[in-house]
Design a binder for this molecule. Structure first.
Ligand SMILES: [Zn+2]
Length: 104
């Protein structure tokens, strides 16, 4: 593992560099936006924005394991959005397993 720089100033990396890093990680295995955020050092919101671009750029080869409700087991199979849903439409439970992503 690389050491994170201690000083607060982090030079902005080019967007395509970040995208290449995300692509490389997703080819290795299935990861959530939260995991990717920690590994690449950008916010979850930014990860999701990059994933939206990658989904288009990769012509559907970005696979999502749909989020799932821990309360009733409902799986969000039809969901198009990449962000974790706030609550379950079936039981209204809020314990939702995050979606994870990989490149097939
Ligand atoms: Zn549920």
């Amino acid at each position: 593992m690389k050491e994170r720089p201690r000083h607060p100033f982090v030079p902005a990396r080019r967007q395509d560099t970040v995208r290449q890093e995300l692509t490389a990680l997703l080819r290795e295995g299935s990861l959530t936006a939260k995991e990717l955020s920690g590994m690449v050092g950008i916010s979850e919101k930014e990860v999701l924005e990059h994933l939206e671009h990658l989904r288009i750029a990769l012509h559907g080869r970005l696979d999502m394991t749909p989020p799932r409700c821990l309360e009733c087991g409902f799986s969000f199979q039809k969901r198009e959005r990449l962000k974790k849903p706030g609550r379950c439409p079936v039981c209204r439970g809020e314990r939702i397993v995050e979606p994870s992503f990989t490149i097939g």
